[in-house]
Design a binder for this molecule. Structure first.
Ligand SMILES: CC(C)(COP(=O)(O)OP(=O)(O)OC[C@H]1O[C@@H](n2cnc3c(N)ncnc32)[C@H](O)[C@@H]1OP(=O)(O)O)[C@@H](O)C(=O)NCCC(=O)NCCS
Length: 163
């Protein structure tokens, strides 16, 4: 299995579709944002095109896309910052759920991060989202009690001497 040729044959469905995993690029951003909305993923502050473009610009390996017959059906951001791996925006369209697509995305994200030296991975789950919690425990992630403190930064403003 190579980075952009990870194939997963869906199970438990009538159509036995082949799921392909590949790296997301700038050309995918509009479709990725639409998929997050369609999948009912909890909206986050950075669900916009500039933020996804910044992610891809910093780490060209981090955005994973699952496809069936060339149609995007799932996503995952698997980002390694040199200290920890973090998984964000795991989302699979409703009509292809429970076929192992999210499991395959997580396995591929782990594979990529492990190859870069990552040893510990965090997946953030919204408090009380039992479906998501059931998924993550199913792929061997364990709850780790910790409060999350967040602060949204205003965009940096340009000073006159910036030119
Ligand atoms: C959570 C989500 C990504 C799972 O995608 P998926 O492709 O259906 O997941 P998989 O088929 O790989 O599921 C693997 C296992 O996880 C567990 N699981 C997955 N979805 C579940 C659900 N809704 N309720 C309970 N368990 C679930 C099951 O054990 C499942 O195995 P099984 O189908 O053999 O019972 C998908 O439901 C989704 O996009 N939900 C909306 C967005 C979201 O909640 N994202 C996660 C944010 S942290």
């Amino acid at each position: 299995m190579t980075t952009d040729d990870a194939r997963h044959r869906g199970t438990g469905s009538a159509d036995d579709a082949v799921v392909t995993l590949r790296t997301g690029t700038a050309g995918d951003i509009t479709a990725v944002l639409a998929l997050w909305a369609a999948a009912g993923a909890h909206r986050t502050t950075t669900d916009d095109a500039p933020s996804v473009a910044a992610l891809i610009g910093r780490d060209g390996d981090a955005l994973l896309i699952a496809e069936i017959d060339g149609q995007m059906v799932g996503t995952l951001i698997a980002a390694f910052d040199g200290w920890r791996g973090n998984m964000y925006r795991l989302a699979v369209l409703g009509h292809v759920r429970r076929r192992g697509i999210a499991t395959a995305l997580v396995a591929e994200g782990e594979r990529r991060m492990r190859a870069r030296g990552c040893r510990r991975v965090t997946a953030l789950v919204v408090d009380g989202d039992e479906h998501a919690a059931d998924f993550w425990t199913g792929v061997r992630y364990v709850p780790y009690a910790m409060e999350r403190y967040v602060h949204t930064l205003e965009p940096a403003s340009r000073s006159p001497q910036d030119g």
